[in-house]
Design a protein around this ligand. Structure first.
Ligand code: AHG
Ligand code: MN
Ligand code: MN
Ligand code: MN
Length: 335
């Protein structure tokens, strides 16, 4: 990577300067995420060398066995955000309740809440496959000066101010949007600096990759089954290729670059799918739309679903516009 590329720090500064009346709070928040991402990246990279692989021995609020890196990333993100005193509240996939954070002046003067999936795809850790972090940022709706309330975290995704992810892959990339397109920054590990490597990311309108856990096939609704068979048929430009890592961040990132559809449908035993609306579906849907793609439950725009609980699950279909529209057609035809 050459140093002609803009650094993430420069990019944040330039963007803030474009809004002379902004308080700079969002910029500081993105900076804190950048730091927590570097700390987590450092630990993920040496996972095979230090005793950080495997199960932590606890079950989280999702009913999942927490991995040691789930716990580590959760602690690092929360600590970094609290120490910098720039959010008024944090909700995490790994925490049962949200955490209220007071500002450094003790007056509850911060305006943003953040929701995080500290370590996404944690079943991939022990096999050296890529994992990620997902974040979603809202402006609080409760009055400044008071502690945050649950309703600040239960806003529909269309109220997001910013969202993004970090992917700890062959290289580490931070991809985020503040509602004006999507940009990706790759970490130069020698310098510890993120550089703008993927400006203005856009989903190709058509793609040739479908990503779904087909082990659940028998539990899918008929419309979803029909769409998968359509993907596999030898006609027109099909069959499509099947690619599934089992880490939403990595599956999404590949499809964003190459064109494709990601699916986590409702399945029999889990009526609302598996993915968490607040930590996974909403930020990914925000990025999808900002990158010219479509994100839906099959029936409704993800960003318009009103969350009723912090850890609520929802079906997710997202990706290249024409592929997701074909899927919607199959799903609705069946109902
Ligand atoms: P997390 O590791 O944060 O709990 O998320 C796991 C999610 C998501 O990353 C992935 O796409 C999906 O679970 C995989 O689920 P299956 O193993 O059921 O396919
Ligand atoms: Mn989990
Ligand atoms: Mn996840
Ligand atoms: Mn997770």
């Amino acid at each position: 990577m050459t140093n002609q590329k803009m650094t993430l720090g420069e990019f944040i500064f330039d963007n803030q300067s474009a809004f002379p009346y902004s308080t700079g709070e969002l910029s500081k928040l993105i900076n804190a995420i950048r730091l927590a991402a570097k700390i987590t990246n450092h630990e993920v990279n040496k996972a095979g060398l230090v005793d950080i692989l495997g199960d932590a021995g606890n079950t989280n609020v999702q009913g999942e066995n927490q991995q040691k890196l789930d716990v580590y990333a959760n602690v690092k993100f929360i600590q970094t955000l609290i120490q910098r005193g720039i959010v008024c509240g944090i909700a995490s996939e790994e925490e049962e309740d949200f955490i209220a954070v007071n500002s450094h002046d003790g007056k509850n003067s911060n305006q943003y809440v953040i929701l995080i999936d500290p370590l996404d795809g944690s079943s991939n850790i022990d096999v050296n496959a890529s994992v990620g972090t997902i974040f979603s940022i809202y402006r609080r709706t409760s009055p400044i000066g008071k502690p945050v309330e649950l309703k600040d975290f239960l806003q529909p995704g269309n109220k997001q101010v910013a969202a993004g992810y970090v992917m700890y892959g062959t290289s580490t990339i931070l991809v985020y949007s503040t509602g004006r397109g999507v940009n990706g920054f790759t970490l130069n590990p020698a310098l510890g600096t993120f550089y703008l490597s993927h400006p203005n990311l856009q989903f190709p309108e058509n793609g040739r990759i479908y990503s779904v856990n087909e082990g659940n096939y028998v539990h899918f609704a008929q419309g979803v089954k029909d769409y998968i068979k359509y993907c596999q048929r030898e006609e027109e430009n099909r069959p499509y290729s099947s690619r599934y890592i089992g880490s939403l961040v990595s599956d999404f990132h590949r499809n964003l670059i190459k064109g494709g559809i990601y699916m986590y449908p409702r399945i029999g035993p889990r009526q609302n799918g598996k993915l968490r609306l607040t930590y996974e579906c909403n930020p990914i849907a925000f990025l999808t739309e900002q990158a010219n793609g479509v994100a839906t439950t099959g029936y409704e725009r993800i960003l318009d679903v009103k969350p009723t609980a912090l850890h609520q699950r929802e079906a997710l279909f997202c990706g290249s516009k024409n592929m997701v529209e074909d899927l919607i057609h199959f799903v609705r035809r069946d109902t």
